[in-house]
Design a protein around this ligand. Sequence first.
Ligand code: HEM
Ligand SMILES: [Zn+2]
Ligand SMILES: [Zn+2]
Length: 306
Amino acid sequence: MSDAQVHIPEHIRNVPDGTFGDLWLPMPSEPFSPCDDLSCRRSRRDRKIPAARSTSSTIPSDEDLAWRRWLLGHHASFGVWRLLCQALSDSAGHGECDPDTRPDVHRTLTIAAELFDVYSALLLYSASCTPEIYAAAVRPRMVACHPAFSGTWSRDYEQVRVLLRPSVPTCEPGVRLKRAVKFNRLVHMAVAKRLVPDGNSLLRDSGQAGSSPTDGERDLFDTFFRTRRATICVHEFTGQLIDRTELILSDLAVYPVGTRYGRDDLDRFQAELRGHFERLDDLTGELMTKGRATCPRQNRQHSPRP
Ligand code: HEM
Ligand SMILES: [Zn+2]
Ligand SMILES: [Zn+2]
């Protein structure tokens, strides 16, 4: 929880047994640290998602695969939420308009829509195990951490929700974003229903739903998902997200997700999971190299249109 500048330690790299280290993120309201180090920038910017490859020759048990996907999918989601905060604050204050008047803001809204789709793909990836394996290997770990463990304790998603609240404009890219948000809710509900057929969350079962999370609960959520907070530069952030995307793509190349939800739109989307992850590198590059990679909350360079 230090806010001192840190350098991402080596253990973040993929190690032979396929485990990965802690995720380092700034607090959602904190900007990335300035970084003029060319070698830092170059080593990250030049990286492209390589062809998928197998990470391990040993076949994981269903339980290990489920747990690894839960953790890896959440890490990648946290990175995507940070990007979403950037995109949403970059396009904040954009009212209704002619589609041709603000191409920069429209592009950012389109990126936000694509990022929501990446998050939807990550939900399907994280939650691709059977309900039985989920009940045996994933849920009990959260219960052991806290009986009311909940996604509402995520400080990064909390920020996404705050930034989504101002109305999304009704121009074409705004409508696309709205559709992606709606589809994301549908995916989340479908995942919840499939893995927990009675649909109840731990938070609801514990009778604590409705109260806002405390800092202690937010810290617990971070700790459970092996996420540590520190000041890092944008290249260190991007590098971690790309590392995890590579791991997900390698995993999917060996163990494709075969779950079906019995809904055409969802099953079609699921058949294209890898395509969404492959887009992430370019989306990140485009969003973060516009010189806007600062504090999402303070960075409002697009003033409201009259
Ligand atoms: C697959 C990975 C998952 C992720 C990344 C995830 C993420 C989240 C997030 C960020 C929230 C807060 C939403 C907000 O504040 O608007 C949330 C809430 C919720 N999630 Fe999930 N979720 C996942 C899986 C599940 C599963 C398997 C269930 C099954 C019960 C579930 C049930 C719920 C419910 C009912 C809520 C509302 C708040 C609560 O009662 O805890 N989610 N989730
Ligand atoms: Zn517009
Ligand atoms: Zn850097």
